[in-house]
Ligand binder design. Structure first.
Ligand code: CA
Length: 456
C-alpha cells in the first residue's frame, strides 16, 4: 500500500510547491471596446464595477497600446510577442477552412506553447480569429483545451442575425457544440469554471477573449433595461453589451477569490483595438463607442485606434498604481513567460519586454524607446511613438507629428516645426520596416455579412 501511495504523494507535493511560487496567468481581451467606455478610464454612462474593482488593485497603464488597430493582427502579436508584421499577419483572415495560408503561421511560437513547456495548464475561451484550417485550431497552437468562437465574431443569440462567419458553430476541443443562451454569459461561465477546475493543480494560463462588445449589436433585455436612459439605440445596446461583459468578468474574478487564487494570479485586461466609428462608413450606423479624449477609431493609427483600456494586476507582486510610460500588449508574452520561469525563443527577434520590473518600480526607464504600427502593408498607414512624440503617415498625405504630452487628441501637426524629430521617427520606422514582410494573406472584411441582409 505504501509503495503505491508514496510516489503519488511526492508528485502532488512537488506540483503544489511549484504552483505556489509561480502565478497563474489570466489574459482578458475585449473586442472593439472604446478607450473611454470603462469607468476606470473616466467613462460615466456605462457602469463597469467589476473592471473598476480590478483596476483598483492593478497597475493601470494610461498609455497602453495594442500592436494593431483591428482584431486578428493584434491577437497574432499578443500570442507571439512579436510585431505581427514580421510574419505577414497584417490582415483579418477570411474564413477559409481549406486554406493553410490564411491564419497565424504555424512556424510562429505561441505563448501557450511556451507556458505548457514550463508546466502550465493552458486554456482558451472565446474568440479565436487566427485561421479556419484545422492546423490553426487553438489546440494545435498550444492550448490544452478550448471553447471557441473560431471566426472573427459570433452571434450573441443562437437565433440572432448576422454574417455567415458569425454563425459558425461554437467549438469545444475540436468538436462543434450548439450555442446556449447569451454568448457573453456562456464565455464568462466557461472561464469561471476553468478557474475553479484548475484551482488545486499546476499553475495555469487562461486566454479569455470576449467577442463583446463587437457588432452585431445584440444584448439581453435585462441589460438593455438598465440603460433605458440612453436614447440612442445603438449606444444603448452597446452599453448593455459592455455592462454584461463586465458582469461576466466579475464572475471570473469572483471564481479567483473563492478559490483563493486572486493574490497569485497575473491578470491583464485590454481591448484588441479602439472603438469603431461606423457612422464614417455611411451605412446608416450611428457611432456608439467613445474613444475620447483620443483621436480616431478602430482602423486608425491615431491613438483612438490603438491606445486601449490596459490593466495589469498581480497583488502578490505589484502595488496598485497608475503607470504612464508607453507599453504594448506584445509585452504580455515576455511578462508571462518570465513569471512562469519559462524560456523565451532565441532563434528569432522578439519585441515585447517583461513589464513586471517596470510596473513594480524596480526599473525607472521607459520599457520601450519606440513603438511602431503599420496597417495595410508597406504602402499603408504607419505610426510610431517615441516618448511623447507620435508620428502618423498615410500614403499620399503629408506626414504628421504630435506632442501627446500637450495634445492627447492629436490635433496640432508639428511636422514642419520639428523637422529633426520627424526625421528621427521616419528613419526609425524605415529601419523597423526592414524586419517586416508584406502581408501573406489578403484581408477579409470582418463582420461583413456574406448573406444578403434585410434592411429594417
Ligand atoms: Ca476588434
Amino acid at each position: 500500500m505504501h509503495c503505491l501511495l508514496l510516489p503519488i504523494l511526492l508528485s502532488f507535493v512537488a506540483v503544489s510547491l511549484t504552483a505556489a511560487e509561480r502565478p497563474n496567468v489570466l489574459i482578458i481581451v475585449a473586442d472593439d471596446l472604446g478607450y473611454n467606455d470603462v469607468g476606470f478610464n473616466g467613462g460615466k454612462d456605462i457602469a463597469t464595477p467589476h473592471l473598476d474593482k480590478l483596476a483598483a488593485r492593478s497597475v493601470r497603464c494610461t498609455n497602453g497600446y495594442v500592436s494593431h488597430p483591428f482584431c486578428s493582427p493584434t491577437r497574432a502579436g499578443l500570442l507571439t510577442g512579436r510585431y505581427q508584421h514580421r510574419f505577414g499577419h497584417e490582415n483579418n483572415p477570411a474564413w477559409l477552412p481549406q486554406s493553410t495560408k490564411d491564419g497565424l503561421p504555424i512556424d510562429q511560437i505561441t505563448l501557450p506553447q511556451l507556458l505548457k513547456r514550463a508546466g502550465y495548464a493552458t486554456g482558451h475561451v472565446g474568440k479565436w480569429h487566427l485561421g479556419a484550417h484545422p492546423q490553426f485550431h487553438p489546440m494545435k497552437r498550444g492550448f490544452d483545451e478550448s471553447f471557441a468562437a473560431l471566426g472573427g465574431g459570433h452571434l450573441y443569440f443562437a437565433d440572432g442575425k448576422g454574417g455567415e462567419e458569425y454563425k459558425i458553430p461554437l467549438n469545444r476541443n475540436g468538436v462543434d457544440e450548439p450555442q446556449r443562451g447569451y454568448l457573453t454569459d456562456q464565455f464568462g461561465d466557461e472561464a469561471a469554471a476553468y478557474v475553479q477546475r484548475h484551482a488545486d493543480g499546476k499553475p495555469w494560463m487562461l486566454y479569455l477573449a470576449f467577442n463583446a462588445p463587437h457588432t452585431p449589436l445584440q444584448a439581453p433585455e435585462n441589460w438593455l433595461a438598465k440603460f433605458a436612459d440612453i436614447t440612442d439605440k445603438n449606444r444603448r445596446t452597446y452599453a448593455a453589451m459592455v455592462a454584461c461583459m463586465d458582469d461576466n468578468i466579475g464572475k471570473v474574478l469572483s471564481a479567483l477569490e473563492t478559490t483563493k487564487q486572486s493574490e497569485n494570479t497575473l491578470v491583464t485586461f485590454v481591448s484588441d483595438n479602439g472603438g469603431p466609428h461606423l457612422a464614417r462608413k455611411g451605412n446608416g450606423m450611428t457611432d456608439f463607442a467613445d474613444n475620447s479624449p483620443l483621436r480616431g477609431c478602430k482602423g486608425d493609427v491615431y491613438d483612438g485606434g490603438i491606445r486601449v483600456p490596459f490593466l495589469v494586476s498581480w497583488p502578490a507582486k505589484l502595488k496598485p498604481s497608475v503607470y504612464s510610460q508607453p507599453v504594448i500588449a506584445l509585452d504580455f508574452f515576455a511578462t508571462s513567460v518570465s513569471v512562469a520561469s519559462g524560456e523565451m525563443p532565441t532563434d528569432r527577434a522578439m519585441d515585447g519586454v517583461n513589464l513586471i520590473p517596470y510596473l513594480a518600480g524596480e526599473k525607472n526607464e521607459a520599457p520601450h524607446k519606440i513603438l511602431f504600427w503599420r496597417s495595410g502593408g508597406l504602402n499603408g498607414l504607419h505610426g510610431a511613438r517615441m516618448g511623447d512624440w507620435k508620428y502618423v503617415a498615410a500614403a499620399g498625405k503629408a506626414p504628421e507629428l504630435y506632442d501627446l504630452a500637450s495634445d492627447i487628441g492629436e490635433t496640432k501637426n508639428l511636422a514642419s516645426e520639428k523637422p529633426d524629430v520627424l526625421k528621427k521617427l521616419q528613419d526609425a520606422v524605415a529601419e523597423w520596416e526592414k524586419g517586416t514582410v508584406p502581408p501573406v494573406f489578403d484581408g477579409a472584411k470582418q463582420g461583413k455579412p456574406k448573406t444578403k441582409k434585410k434592411s429594417k
